[in-house]
Design a protein around this ligand. Sequence first.
Ligand code: ASP
Length: 347
Amino acid sequence: MKPNYFFFLILFTMSFLTGMAQVKDNKPSLGKFALAIHGGSGNIDKMKLSVEEQKAYRAVLDSALKVGYEVLKTGGSSLLAVEKVIMVLEDSPLFNAGKGSVLCNDGTIEMDAAIMNGKTLDVGAVAGVRRIKNPISAAKLILSKSKSVFLYGSGAEDFVVQQGMELVDTSYFFTEQRRRQLERVKLEEGGMQLDHDSGDYGKKTNETDEKFGTVGCVALDQAGNLAAGTSTGGLVNKKYHRIGDSPLIGAGTYAENGVCAVSCTGKGEDFIKHVVAYDIASRIKYGHLSLQAAVSQTIQLKLKSSKGRGGCIAIDKNGNIVFNFTTSGMFRGSVDVNGKFHTAIYR
Ligand code: ASP
């Protein structure tokens, strides 16, 4: 072989090998990913949601799913996807979280949120915050930067400000619809009530027209990590700084790698007493049930048998997704492991 040919042969072999290495490096991870969201459950009366309203709800659910899908598709973590998805829902006045949260008895707004990383079991939660635009981001900040895991009220706000987060004026969260809702609840019912509930919370519940507007997200990323988050304004006309299940790890929110991630919505008191999210995880972890069976036993047997009302979304390590609720509907959506988008409201 002439020296020139020999030189080109070596050059060609080297560039071929380098090219192969690059292809290998750039090759996307083959891990599957999926996510599910909810925007609250309840006895949603079909007649009361116009076609336009249904479209509006579904449009927000769709954009939240798209945001989560992009994060996960590009190799982002499930924790980040959960935060970004919930931010979209918090920013929409349609749901009872962030902007458009329900009002307390004194006309103020107090919001709760929690997020959990299934890989590390790290958690972050806030309750009773009034000036944090995205409570889910505050929860994530606490997860990553605080020695504590759960901060309340102005203390939580002081902490996020120290971490560089800006607060917004309380007026940002208010909507006219929520003001009228509080007036109606006070006049007609007089009791504490769930979002869009025409019945009296705690006394005489009209269960035919009750709807919970909390938001939540569960996700599995390409690295096999699970995460869950929930955000809410709580109950209409709530008093005494009442806190529900949403920010309580194990009650309204839970994630553990290899087991499942869960986010709940419904009457918080029922979910707290049944420790719903962790109850589901325990049935899988210790009882070796499938996700479907575990969720069904906790929601349809345990919760329902004590008249608990609401539902949850859950995802397992294989990306299986389950929606389950004791009410007639739940605003929900998912992107499954095949990349198929889906949204629904009624049963
Ligand atoms: N679970 C929430 C709470 O009790 C309410 C809801 O889901 O809408 O605060």
